[in-house]
Design a protein around this ligand. Structure first.
Ligand code: COA
Ligand code: MG
Length: 250
């Protein structure tokens, strides 16, 4: 998820050709307070212009209580291209419910069911309420826990840490960080091969009318098969041709 400061025309232009999973046009901390109005206009244009296939188009609004939130929502929710509202500094489920009601009331009827919410957990209070925030509304489709990023070793380390905790991606603020993060979150060859063999083994086991089976001394049952299918699906989404990579060899 690449942040693009929405008051910076040249970075907005650059964002139109960058391949990441999500582009987050930022209206919040990346934009000086005296340029919020101009940034909203630039975001509206950028959403219309961005034609990168499959990229999720998101906008990070200003926090509730900042005084900028109503103008942000009233502008960005007019866009037919908006996929996701990133809500910063969420500490309470009501914040999410409020944004969801705004989507119901402001977004056009053909769009409103497609717009998701990502809640950013940035404080101890947010962390304590994380379960209620996640469950506050059906539009919440992800949680972000914000971290500052300085050098590339720290970035690699933090990405690995996140992946181990079960996160599926990471926020970046500079195009130079994209490769590192994508590498860490795409399954490694070792993991992909294991997943492939589990899925294949399960198919054979099913065909033979059996359930769990043995793969080199490890019992493979349904939860592991589901894990393996998720790994392969993630690899496919990252552009890896899993079938031709493994089908002949294994
Ligand atoms: N989005 C799009 N393009 C970006 C970018 C971003 N976030 N960050 C850098 N670029 C572009 C630059 O415009 C430059 O393009 P060019 O080669 O065509 O001129 C190129 O990538 C190289 O950038 P570089 O000169 O190394 O960095 P910079 O000094 O221009 O910008 C930052 C550095 C940190 C100011 C910039 O990355 C940035 O603003 N990041 C976003 C910060 C943000 O949004 N923070 C809030 C979220 S936590
Ligand atoms: Mg520069």
């Amino acid at each position: 998820m690449l942040y693009v400061p929405s008051s910076d025309e040249s970075k907005i232009k650059k964002s139109l050709g960058i391949e990441v999973d999500s582009i987050i046009y930022d209206l919040e901390d990346g934009v000086p307070v005296n340029r919020k109005g101009q940034a909203r206009e630039l975001v509206t244009n950028a959403l219309n212009l961005n034609q990168t296939p499959k990229v999720e188009l998101a906008v990070r609004m200003n926090a509730l209580g900042s005084g900028f939130e109503m103008d942000d929502l009233n502008v960005i929710l007019q866009s037919k291209k908006l996929n996701t509202v990133i809500v910063p500094k969420v500490e309470h489920p009501n914040t999410v419910s409020f944004v969801s009601r705004m989507i119901d009331n402001v977004a056009s009827s053909e769009n409103r069911n497609k717009i998701g919410i990502v809640a950013c957990i940035e404080s101890a209070k947010g962390l304590i309420n994380i379960k209620d925030i996640a469950a506050a509304d059906k539009r919440v489709n992800a949680l972000l826990v914000c971290i500052d990023i300085h050098d590339k070793n720290i970035l690699t380390e933090e990405s690995r840490e996140g992946a181990e905790m079960g996160f599926t991606g990471k926020q970046v603020i500079h195009p130079g960080q994209i490769d590192i993060v994508q590498k860490v979150f795409v399954p490694s060859d070792v993991i992909m091969l294991k997943a492939w063999r589990i899925v294949q083994g399960y198919k054979q086991s099913m065909a033979a009318g059996k359930g769990a089976f043995d793969l080199e001394g490890q019992v493979i049952d349904l939860p592991l098969v589901k894990w393996a299918e998720r790994i392969l699906e993630k690899a496919r989404l990252a552009g890896i041709d899993v079938e031709s990579k493994y089908a002949k060899k294994y």
